[in-house]
Design a protein around this ligand. Structure first.
Ligand code: PLP
Length: 497
């Protein structure tokens, strides 16, 4: 299995190289040149396996330059019982035809842990394979959850440095506290004056600055990425689509071979793209439902084929989805354009210079046959949390609520109102306790201290506060710097000695 750039760079690379580098030389994203195929029998064979075994089975389809022993070693170090509990990814049946896949039982209480606990191990193995001797500098732009999950994964990993940039006014209290208290010798955390797109643009610019790369290489450093532009972030996410499917079969919600839907609360398009890969590999999926908040650029795109970022940016109660430039869409464009990298490079160029592009009719037809897009406003998000709690006694976080409501909109369509659907739940409700609590109680919360809110949400719902989150209350704040989003490059240089 080999990987190429979405923008046509001539390099053809192994997965270890793709994981090591993060981004292709021409600024494109690495994509597999083919989709490994799994038969129904092979899919069925996953049913009896543990999550860790399922992960090895799926990963080895794509990471063919790793040995099975290496993959098993990486997976076992990542998904430990200590960090993820007995069942890392439970599928909870909330009503007759809806299951919620809880992806937030890892150390930072967000789904990013599924990939970011594994990525450092994959990267260290890749470093050995590719003979990379430089210290790897992980640069992260985060809308809130990636930052902490990456910090937790990379802190004190030998041969790496990690620097995280988050919008200083654009994350929840708990998210900020999680990042600013992060210990570790190799860790730097910065707030930026700006939003996530500013942070992401800054990181991409640093990545594509060849002169900077050269001068840092002389000092012994090389950049890599822990954002979902890195193939090593995407591959681990494919696993849980298969895992959810066989768990639904085991729970007798569906028969083997029956098509189901997945609804995914979407920001950078990484999570849902992993579902697209699972489908291309043979998983019986009818539709992938792409749920957005008021930053509904993807809904518009799926409906019209026009991607237009020249619009207002909203700060919402689901901040991890407050994104206007969804990086991983580039990979989908590549696949639906039959690998026409010139076309993809053209779209990205137009996005950069004009802020808008339109895909061809055939590409749009393909996208619409696989995806459905819907968006959910702030009022609906909170209404959904309250209603699902009252009717199903299940507590949704704000992001998962967006997905739940988008599914309801899909089910209003006459096409398939009853198909069994898995809702990907991307964060623990405690991570967004303020909005979840006010939605459940139907009134604004009064507590000022974020940890009082955790206690109140726990008392109200009977759910236990995730232990690592509770412990943040006593943790010292170690990172206080806030920098101008235009000075990120200087900040990076200044901190690499
Ligand atoms: C990152 C994140 C998302 C969006 O996932 P993408 O892969 O960026 O589309 C949704 N919900 C939560 C809680 C997240 O942390």
């Amino acid at each position: 299995m080999v990987f190429v750039s979405t923008r046509g760079d001539a390099d053809i690379v192994t997965s270890a190289y793709a994981i090591n580098r993060g981004l292709a030389n021409d600024g494109g994203l690495f994509v597999p040149t083919e989709f490994p195929q799994l038969s129904l029998e092979e899919i069925a064979s996953l049913k009896k396996m543990s999550y860790q075994e399922r992960a090895v089975y799926i990963l080895k389809q794509f990471l063919t330059d790793y040995t099975e022993e290496e993959l098993r070693d990486c997976v076992n170090k990542a998904y430990t019982e200590e960090k993820f509990g007995k069942n890392p990814v439970p599928l909870v049946q909330v009503n007759n035809n809806t299951g919620v896949l809880e992806l937030w039982h890892g150390p930072t209480s967000a789904f990013k842990d599924m990939a970011l606990q594994l990525l450092p191990h994959l990267l260290l193995a890749a470093k050995k394979k590719t003979g990379e001797l430089h210290k790897i500098v992980i640069l992260v732009a985060t809308s809130g959850d990636t930052g902490k999950a990456a910090l937790e994964g990379f802190a004190d990993v030998p041969g790496t440095e990690i620097m995280v940039f988050y919008p200083s006014e654009g994350v929840s209290d708990i998210q900020k506290r999680q990042m600013t208290t992060q210990p570790g010798e190799n860790v730097k955390v910065f707030g930026i004056e700006g939003n996530f797109d500013d942070a992401q643009r800054g990181v991409k610019e640093i990545f594509s600055n060849k002169i900077l790369a050269k001068s840092l290489a002389e000092k012994g450093f090389v950049f890599s990425s822990a954002n979902s532009i890195n193939w090593g972030r995407l591959a681990p996410q494919i696993v849980y689509y298969f895992s959810a499917y066989v768990d639904a079969v085991a729970a007798k919600k569906i028969k083997l071979g029956e098509e189901i839907n997945f609804v995914v609360p979407t920001g950078n398009f990484g999570d849902i793209l992993a579902g697209y890969y699972a489908k291309q590999m043979g998983l019986p999926v009818q539709r992938l439902l792409c749920a957005s908040n008021s930053n509904n650029i993807l809904t518009d795109f799926i409906n019209t084929g026009i991607y237009d970022k020249r619009r207002e940016f909203y700060k919402t109660v689901s901040p991890s989805m407050d994104i206007l430039v969804s990086s991983n869409l580039e990979r989908l464009l590549y696949h639906v354009s039959e690998g026409d990298a010139t076309k993809v490079a053209g779209y990205m160029e137009k996005l950069n210079t004009e802020g808008i592009y339109e895909v061809e009719r055939e590409a749009l037809r393909k996208i619409r046959s696989e995806f459905f897009g819907a968006w959910v406003d702030e009022f609906e998000t909170k209404e959904t949390i309250g209603r699902v709690y009252r009717e199903n006694n299940y507590v949704l976080d704000t992001h998962t609520a967006v997905a739940w409501r988008a599914l309801e909109k899909y089910r209003y369509l006459p096409e398939d109102p009853d198909t069994y659907t898995v809702v990907l739940s991307t964060a623990s409700p405690f991570k967004f306790a303020n909005n979840v609590l006010s939605a459940i109680k139907g009134e604004e919360t009064t507590a000022e201290n974020p940890f009082d809110l955790l206690r109140e949400l726990s008392a109200e719902t009977g759910m236990a506060i995730p232990s690592r989150m509770g412990a943040l209350e006593e943790a010292a704040i170690l990172h206080k710097d806030v920098v101008d989003s235009k000075k990120m490059e200087l900040t990076v240089i200044g901190n690499l000695g």
